[in-house]
Design a protein around this ligand. Sequence first.
Ligand SMILES: Cc1ncc(COP(=O)(O)O)c(C=O)c1O
Length: 486
Amino acid sequence: MDQKLLIELSSDGKNGVRFPACDVEEQKLEDMFPSDYLRKSPPDLPQVSIPEVVRHFVNLSALNHHVDKAMYPLGSCTMKYNPKMNEAVAGMTGFTEIHPLQSPQTVQGALKIYKDVEDFLCAITGMAGFTLQPAAGSHGELTGVMIMRRYHLKKGNQKKIILIPDSAHGTNPASVAIGGYEARQVKSTVEGLVDIEDLKKKLSDEVAGFMLTNPNTVGLFEENVQEISRLIHEVDGLMYMDGANMNALLGIVKTGRAGFDITHLNLHKTFSTPHGGGGPGSGPIGVNEKLLPFLPTPVVREKDGTYFFDWDLPESIGKIHSFWGNYGVILRAWTYIRMLGSEGLKQVSRGAIINANYLKTRLEKVYHLPYTKRPMHECVFSGDRQKAKGARTLDIAKRLLDYGVHAPTVYFPLIVHEALMIEPTETESKASLDYFADVMLKIDQEIDKDPELVTNAPYTTPVSRLDEGKANRELNICWQDMNKGD
Ligand SMILES: Cc1ncc(COP(=O)(O)O)c(C=O)c1O
């Protein structure tokens, strides 16, 4: 971590910028601005050369693990390669230099892309309409819950509860609670699927809907989804699909046909926008025919080749994002979908599934696999055996960093002890999957020989074990304070 700041590299007279000669009449600052607004002395900017600046940022970028550096098998998060073409398109000035408040006539191309993405997502999922406004999967969930509420209010239904499986992503119960419902858990079977008998016990006229992740958070396809959907619809509940894991189903399953009324997708996972660190994201919501009137306003429509915003939706839940959503992410998704086409998208999911199954097969003799069914795009092991030998899942995750691999998701889902949730993604080659599997097996052998080697890891990272609780509670990103050791 002995990286110097640019200001520390600075010395008088060094300069990386040469301005062109001034070609307008020079004016005095004092004539242009009130004197109170003017600096009394020049700002203390670093004086550095171009190579120093380049090296500074290149070295900093290498301190962090990232998906362009090596494998990043973070389960549930889908850290796959994001084609650089997406960035090239998102960086085009024709897109970056428009303003969301420009009149629709002046941004017809941008609106066409917006509408195209909605149409592509309808074709992929079989839903009747989409909104691209939500800024994240969790935001999409909340939008979905708001749509559910509007549906039940209109029908005069007295609903209080939304059912969710015990394996659900933490954002599901949070969205339910923020949306004004009570989240009630449905158990999983020993196979890792929704327990239909437990679901039946929890069904009542108060049930507003069921929020189901498919593939679920242990990476399994919920085979009984049509039966679940029938039961929920019998009490006039709505089926909500958390489609954050849609990267396992592209071209394979149309969620609309599986009985779902609402589906969210994570563009920043399935449709390849780099993510992590809090955004930006995009969590579009798709609905079936009967819920179309409740979609957020405005809806982009096309008539006679002209695109426009339709605000005339009296039953809409209203706006749920400033302007029209995270357009840069939508643009990347458009590029990705257009580049791959329907066959390419199907290959994405097939690749994700075969990669996860390959790792399952390579690791299951050594790492305990609580749910043995064939997984979809990710597989969840338990580190119980290794814990019994002296090193916990957290230690294995830290040791992986020494081998240049990002750790999988750990301790989630909560229903698996010492969980190691591995999502290899479709963009990993057999060679990188083998490297990962070899390293996992080697770490197990290290635990056999010398557990402390693993419990003291990592040794090669810029910082070793951090006090994560303190870092979260007392976030301090000020360099001077860090240097004081505070
Ligand atoms: C299954 C599942 N649901 C919901 C979410 C929430 O998505 P976001 O992080 O975009 O809010 C995630 C995110 O990883 C997820 O994996």
